[in-house]
Design a protein around this ligand. Structure first.
Ligand code: GUN
Length: 296
């Protein structure tokens, strides 16, 4: 168990290796899928040619194929109307071989993301963005939880981070990360503060954190002196700098000497998001096809 208060200036943070954990999860999933009498089916939909989204979508499809799922990626032109996208979703909702549907965000401005999210069958909503799943998660009921927060919770569990009663600070209030990770941390009995763009003293809030989750999408926003000694730091950001370097939302080199643990970028949260997507898809498939009761 990581201990918050012990301080030894010679210590450096434990690096939470999301790549290694994701690899282990994939191996477990592949073994399970090999035993199933069906192939779970995942449909990934992307609209437009956002280069970052292209890479994420390709990585999701490749991972799905690696564990033995059937995966279909649909790339629609940037000019696609909301109505056309909704008609594709309706088709995938009705498709018996498709267990999970993911529409990569962001979407072009002519398409309302909320309309898209609400059109996906909640039983196939492996992103956990449908209001039914959001509400169930909030109520502490069985739900599909969004993939990045699910992946983070598994990284914390793997590192034996004690969450009960811990002061957790979440930077960011997005539908994809900030809000749902705050719910999952609360469900794990942490004392959760959500910090956002209107928070008065962001640095002071961060300094109180025993567990800090940064999901603001701003390169190296969290400085070393915002991070308490022996805090656990989860960096959700993936930001490309003008010089081509990939950095997180946390200034890693300024924190690594005094944090208890920290996720690297890349190789921390990113691979865990994909692992959690695969887990959600398998669960959706097992529920839809009667291997698991639908209420689980
Ligand atoms: N864009 C950034 N992260 C995500 C994600 O987890 N799911 C989807 N659908 N889009 C994203």
């Amino acid at each position: 168990m990581l201990c918050w208060l012990r301080y030894d200036a010679s210590m450096t943070a434990r690096i939470l290796d999301g790549r290694a954990l994701a690899r282990r999860i994939e191996a477990e999933l592949a073994a399970k899928v090999a035993e199933l009498p069906f192939r779970p089916g995942l449909a990934v939909v992307m609209v437009g040619e956002n280069p970052a989204s292209r890479i994420y979508v390709r990585n999701k499809e490749r991972a799905a194929l690696r564990v033995g799922f059937a995966a279909e990626t649909l790339v629609l032109p940037a000019s696609t109307t909301e109505q056309v996208l909704l008609s594709h979703i309706a088709r995938l909702n009705d498709h018996p071989a498709i267990d999970g549907i993911l529409v990569q965000l962001p979407l072009p401005s002519q398409i309302r993301p909320q309309a898209v999210v609400e059109a996906i069958d909640p039983a196939k909503d492996v992103d956990g963005f449908h209001p039914l799943n959001v509400g169930r998660l909030d109520a502490g009921a069985p739900a599909f939880a969004p993939c990045t927060p699910l992946g983070i919770m598994q990284l914390l569990a793997e590192a034996d981070v004690a969450l009960r009663g811990a002061r957790a600070v979440v930077l960011g209030r997005s539908l994809i990360v900030g809000r749902p990770i705050s719910r999952l941390l609360l469900a794990a009995d942490a004392t959760v503060t959500v910090v956002h763009s209107r928070t008065r003293d962001v640095a002071a809030e961060c300094r109180r954190a025993e567990v800090l989750v940064a999901a603001v999408g701003r390169p190296e926003f969290v400085r070393g002196d915002w991070v308490a000694s022996q805090a656990v730091v989860i960096d959700v950001g993936i930001n490309r700098l003008p010089d081509g370097r990939l950095v997180g939302d946390v200034a890693f080199s300024e924190c690594v000497d005094h944090a208890a643990a920290i996720t690297p970028v890349p190789g921390g949260v990113g691979p865990m998001t994909i692992a959690a997507l695969l887990q959600n898809t398998l669960r959706a498939a097992e529920k839809r096809r009667g291997v698991l009761p639908t209420h689980q």
